[in-house]
Design a protein around this ligand. Structure first.
Ligand SMILES: Nc1ncnc2c1ncn2[C@@H]1O[C@H](COP(=O)(O)OP(=O)(O)OP(=O)(O)O)[C@@H](O)[C@H]1O
Length: 680
């Protein structure tokens, strides 16, 4: 059954005057570069960047902003001897863009063109263009407050307004003023010659409230790149679809049976929907007649490890249609070769901080309708190598009534890490000139958390402990746990567990209809104290298998025990970085208590003091520092147990509030973790 009506009035052409570009033959990367819409404005763009400190650049998706602007800056000499940083909200975009631009420049990644994302970096002293995740640039800021090695910083996809991008936007304004002032004085011969170049800023997006950004940067120039290289034809449904997963399934097979070859990219809100649609597509694809093209599905969500994510970039075998099932991780910046069709369910998951006043005190992910910006970005993933099609599983009216862009993260996410980072820069969150100021309640909540962790003293001043916490590339409470391990002599065990918890995917697979089997096979590493020590036991068993058996045996062992081998592999990388940081702050990471749980759990209580709950007389658990009644998650080794006190890694909000990653601890462990009693 067709759910799309390609009615004339429902079509929106995203293309613009590209006739001249379309007729030219494309036979090399250089020719492709020349044919991008942005190439027509190259000289004017360079002139504007040369003449202005800050430039706001708007251009349609695929016009060439992200790959070309950094190259133009380099080729024109604007960057002088300094580097060009291009920030991206997502790591997959940073790594894939570096690969593309390196290819266009005919160099290898890590040379002239590099990247830097959390736990992974490819750059060298030759690197001049560096694609960085916004979080990594924030980290660099902590060690070099003027970002002195960069002469140009390009903030890409600024419309996403991630907390880190907003953090950068505010700080870059101050840095630019400071650097340009020093530069002016030395240029006029009134002061010592400065080694610092003035800093140029470029803010880019396809869907940006340009006026707002311009105003923030003292009426900066706004430039528009006209046109896109290939048209994208858009279809809306004639009626709204209540079951978007089913609608996506039908649309996919409609494309597969009726339309010419070309890969498909489906946007869904989260991992659960992706897994369910993946199963259905595979099931129906098996029933197709043999002569029809086969279907190769390819999931893509943040919790997949980077190696698995990069599968989306490999081409499908001939006579197969690749179908990528992605969250909004694939929404901006990236070009996925082969994608001709996009199916947009119109849904996404949004991180939102449930404040303590509403009984929360934690970040949660809620499914909601996307914004116009997202819809346009999603459509823009088609039409990058040739004409494309976007099938929206919502009506045109629904599109028209969408909000233009999402509420900035600074207004809806936990601010703990950012407040700590600003403290390290000697700034108070309340005093910073943000584009949109945060809610005062969120700032107070972050300050309280940092005080409880011992990062701030009673007068909100950063402590030595707080500064050390900020140097770890993990959440402040994990950093606190690692720092506590110095006192308890169990850094080796603590780092092993924190690395597993900081991996992007969970170690233990939780398949609800196989919980009994899982519980039985995992019995051998279950620890009576709960999930943290159980994880450590699982790691030890895996290490034994890995030391003595082949790769195949290791994989089989993981399959049999329902554990995610990718998590072990990723955790090893994280562990190495945490060990290096320990070395820098003077902690001996070899220190071990032979897996004795008591010191390890004492450390965890120190960091998770806010993430704790006590058993109530009625058998429920109530947060020690919040109002919520919580349950232990069915996937936990302690599920259904009644224990006097528990600590947990996170709360997830579904039909009720569940604690995940739970350990049982004696109440007495809490008595000496108050800020006054702690070592500074
Ligand atoms: N990895 C790649 N493989 C093939 N073509 C690519 C690749 N990366 C970029 N391109 C080509 O370069 C064009 C411009 O890409 P670029 O990322 O610079 O555009 P953009 O204007 O920044 O788009 P967006 O706003 O969507 O990020 C793409 O439309 C595509 O034709």
């Amino acid at each position: 059954m067709s759910i799309h009506t390609p009615r004339k009035k429902a079509r929106i052409r995203l293309d613009d005057d590209v006739s001249s570009a379309k007729t030219r033959p494309v036979n090399s990367l250089q020719k492709q570069r020349e044919q991008l819409p942005i190439a027509r404005g190259r000289e004017a763009l360079i002139r504007e960047i040369q003449e202005n400190d800050t430039t706001i650049l708007l251009g349609e998706t695929g016009s060439g902003k992200t790959t070309q602007v950094p190259q133009y800056i380099l080729e024109s000499g604007i960057a002088g001897k300094g580097m060009i940083a291009v920030t991206q909200p997502r790591r997959v975009a940073a790594t894939s863009l570096a690969a593309r631009v390196a290819e266009e420049k005919n160099v290898s990644v890590g040379g002239l063109v590099g990247y830097s994302v959390r736990f992974d970096e490819a750059s060298s002293s030759d690197t001049r263009i560096k694609y960085v995740s916004d979080g990594m640039l924030v980290r660099e800021l902590l060690s070099d407050q003027l970002l002195s090695k960069y002469s140009v910083i390009v903030v890409d996809e600024a419309h996403e307004r991630t907390l880190r991008t907003d953090f950068l936007i505010a700080n870059l304004k101050t840095i630019q003023t400071a650097r340009n002032k020093v530069g002016d004085v030395s240029r006029k011969g009134k002061g010592p010659a400065s080694a610092l170049n003035p800093l140029k800023l470029i803010i880019m997006s396809a869907t940006l409230d340009a006026e707002k950004f311009s105003k923030f940067y003292n009426n900066a120039r706004i430039l528009y790149v006209k046109g896109r290289q290939h048209p994208v034809q858009i279809f809306h449904t004639s009626v709204s679809q209540t079951d978007y997963v089913d609608a996506a399934l039908r649309t996919f097979f409609q494309i597969h049976t009726d339309r010419p070859p070309g890969d498909v990219l489906i946007f869904l809100p989260g991992q659960e929907d992706i897994e369910s649609l993946d199963k259905s597509i595979k099931m129906y694809a098996r029933r197709l007649p043999e002569e029809r093209m086969t279907v190769l599905t390819c999931p893509m969500y943040a919790a997949l490890p980077p190696a698995q994510q990069s599968r989306i970039f490999s081409s499908a075998p001939t006579n197969a249609r690749k179908c990528i099932l992605a969250t909004n991780i694939a929404e901006t910046s990236i070009t996925i070769p082969g994608i001709k069709y996009v199916i947009d369910t119109g849904k996404c998951k949004e991180k939102r901080y449930l404040s303590k006043d509403t009984g929360g005190g934690f970040d949660t992910l809620l499914t909601r309708d996307i914004t116009k910006s997202s819809a346009m970005q999603r459509a823009g993933r088609a039409g990058r190598e040739g004409p494309g099609f976007c099938f929206r599983l919502y009506t045109e009216d629904a599109f028209n009534s969408m909000a233009l862009s999402a509420e900035p993260e600074i207004r809806r996410c936990s601010l703990t890490q950012s407040v700590l980072q600003l403290k390290c820069l000697g700034q108070d969150f309340e005093a910073v000139d943000f584009m949109d100021p945060p809610e005062i309640g969120s700032v107070i909540s972050a300050l309280k958390t940092l005080w409880l962790l011992g990062a701030l003293d009673n007068s909100k001043t950063l402590t030595t402990l707080g500064r050390q916490m900020a140097s770890f590339p993990v959440e402040p409470y994990f950093a606190r746990i690692i720092l506590a391990s110095k006192t308890h002599g169990c850094t080796s065990e603590v780092i092993d567990i924190v690395s597993l918890l900081s991996s992007s995917s969970a170690l233990f697979l939780d398949i609800s209809d196989q919980r009994d089997t899982i519980s039985e096979v995992r019995g051998k590493f279950r620890h009576a104290s709960g999930d943290h020590m159980t994880m450590l036991n699982a790691l030890r068993s895996y290490q034994e298998v890995a030391a003595s058996d082949s790769k195949g045996a290791r994989k089989e062992w993981c399959r049999q025990h329902f554990v995610n081998e990718r998590t072990f592999v990723e955790a090893t990388k994280i562990r190495d970085q945490l060990r290096q940081t320990c070395q820098r702050v003077g902690i001996d990471w070899h220190a071990s208590t032979a897996d004795n749980e008591e010191p390890v759990l004492r450390c965890f209580v120190t960091g998770l003091v806010q993430q704790s709950a006590f058993l109530q007389p009625d058998g429920t658990y109530k947060q020690t520092m919040g109002h919520s009644v919580i349950k232990i998650h069915p996937g936990s080794t302690l599920c259904d147990k009644k224990l006097p006190a528990i600590i947990y890694d996170e709360l997830v909000y579904t039909s009720q509030i569940y604690a995940r990653g739970v350990s049982s601890v004696p109440k007495s462990f809490f008595s000496n973790v108050t800020p006054v009693a702690r070592e500074a």
